[in-house]
Design a protein around this ligand. Structure first.
Ligand code: SIN
Length: 520
């Protein structure tokens, strides 16, 4: 086949559809069903510049500010300038976004200087996008969708990716070969005990890439959403930032609006700032949660039907009750290192969406830039392959990357051990969560320095999570500063010494300073 796509979220399906529209033979493999992806859970929407008074310069500035110095400026420029066209294409495919007075309704979220977030079904944006993309994919006869197939490892021959080893729906091993393979397998929120991500977010693509010696970057930057509903259900019900865009405010246990004074944008500060402000108070005051006051929002059930249903199901009425909130692992800003066309450091292997790291999110992704990332960077892969590209350029996160980063370096074998998923999640939550220090990270490093005996989908997922955990913890230990979503209690300041990226594939991460022309 021409193209094999792993993952069926916004990035994977966008790539598959663009490739199929060119007449290529395309395979989409997903370990669950087509729609069981993190995309489906996205509430807030898609940030894009769709008219006056917004400008791509403003969107670019907001993205760079949120990214805390580590965004790749070219990647951000591509995101904000190609984004509007991709959103319109999605509408042509059938996605229906909410309107107000005959125009697209635009919401504001944290870190945005004005309303630019389109949404669907109020707060069911991801579900609507997934529906439209799945329908479009099913209508293309040259896309072969294989559900309940678990991809185990990348197949490498003569230093080139030639497909994957996988388990068929009955658990039988098989090989799937393709000229090009895209890892669009999403993030790794299941590394943490409290996450907004669905159970499928187990870092599979990143784990596969690491085992094949493919470089990953920026994986210390796990973004925690500040306002997940504090309730035992998993994934944690998300209380979208769009609520704060519509006037909701955070309050502490005394009813005080603590974000006023923390940041000029108060409750609409970038996500890392808000998550940190909450986490510090929870630790210092030994509290399980703070509060989100949504009582000023008009027409709550109509504007936010998903959140309304979540709140109602636990006996809360957002029109009169304060909602208990605490941070939850939400989005991995780092991932498989790629250039601006999604090329990884292994020829024939590409990546897009949350699994990838083109440098567009830096140290902290701007709200509602993630769906946009998938929409923009997935078709670039198809266009690059069509143009004959086969190896990465020195661009995006790979700008200025030395040979150590570009050359596959197989991971050494590790002693076999055992750890349960619950134990790993609890370890990472306590040691590598919103607030970290050397001691807590060392504890994690020691415990994750093992491999598990993997033989079925569940144990392969655990192996992938462990692989990602080693990389995340290694980079988090090495980054002796606080920046974006990486907060070191023992190194509270941002340091110019760390204006660069940690890349990993082998045991020790390499630090590569940001080239001068890439600094913002
Ligand atoms: C939200 O609705 O708050 C989440 C949006 C995002 O993660 O970008």
């Amino acid at each position: 086949m021409d193209l094999l796509v792993l993952g069926s979220g916004i990035a994977g399906l966008s790539a598959a559809i663009h490739a199929a529209q060119r007449g290529w033979t395309v395979g989409v493999i997903t370990k669950g069903e087509l729609a069981t992806t993190a995309t489906r859970y996205a509430q807030g929407g898609v940030a894009a510049v769709l008219g006056d008074p917004d400008t791509t310069e403003l969107h670019q500035t907001d993205t760079l500010v949120a990214g805390a110095g580590l965004c790749d400026t070219d990647a951000v420029h591509i995101l904000v300038t190609e984004g509007p066209r991709r959103v319109r294409e999605l509408m042509e495919l059938g996605a229906k976004f909410d309107e107000k007075n005959g125009a697209l309704a635009l919401a504001i979220e944290g870190g945005h200087s004005l309303p630019r977030v389109v949404h669907a079904g109020g707060d069911a944006t991801g579900a609507e996008i997934e529906r439209a993309l799945a329908e479009a994919a099913h209508a293309l006869p040259n896309i072969d969708v294989r559900e309940r197939c678990f991809s185990v490892d990348v197949l490498v021959e003569q230093r080139r990716c030639v497909g994957v080893r996988a388990l068929d729906p009955t658990g039988r091993p098989m090989e799937i070969r393709a000229r090009h393979t895209i890892l669009a397998t999403g993030g790794a929120g299941q590394l943490f005990a409290v996450t907004t991500n669905p159970p499928v977010s187990t870092g599979d693509g990143i784990g596969m890439a690491l085992r094949a010696g493919v470089s990953v970057a920026d994986v210390e930057f796990m973004q925690f959403h500040p306002t997940a509903l504090d309730h035992p259900s998993m994934p944690r019900p998300l209380l979208s930032e769009a609520l704060r865009g519509d006037g909701a405010v955070l309050r502490d246990e005394h009813g005080e609006r603590f974000m006023v004074g923390e940041h000029p944008l108060a409750d609409l500060a970038p996500r890392d700032v808000v998550a940190r402000a909450i986490a510090r108070r929870l630790v210092a005051r030994k509290l399980p949660h703070l509060w989100l006051d949504t009582t000023s929002i008009e027409d709550f059930p109509e504007r936010f039907p998903t959140i309304w249903a979540s709140a109602q199901s636990v006996g809360l009425d957002p029109r009169v009750d304060l909602l208990p909130v605490a941070p939850a692992a939400h989005y991995l800003s780092g991932g498989i290192a790629t250039d601006l066309d999604g090329a990884s450091t292994l020829p024939g292997l590409w990546s897009c969406g949350e699994a990838a790291c083109s440098g567009v999110h830096g140290a902290n992704r701007l709200a509602s830039n993630s769906l946009l990332d998938g929409l923009v960077f997935a078709p670039r892969i198809v266009e690059a392959i069509a143009a004959g590209k086969d190896a990465p350029e020195s661009a995006g996160v790979l700008r200025g990357a030395p040979m150590e980063v570009l050359t596959p370096d197989l991971m050494p074998a590790r002693p076999e051990g055992s750890i349960s998923l619950v134990a790993l999640q609890s370890l990472m939550t306590n040691g590598a969560g919103v607030l970290r220090d050397a001691e807590s990270l060392e504890r994690c490093a020691e415990r994750v320095a093992i491999d598990v005996d993997a033989h079925d989908a569940a144990t392969f997922e655990l192996r992938n999570l462990l692989t990602v955990a080693r990389s995340l913890v290694g980079a988090a230990l090495a980054r002796e500063e606080s920046r974006g979503t990486h907060t070191r209690l023992d190194f509270p300041d941002t340091s110019p010494e760390f204006l660069g990226r940690f890349f990993g594939a082998g045991e020790t991460p390499w630090f590569v300073p940001l080239p001068v022309e890439a600094r913002t």
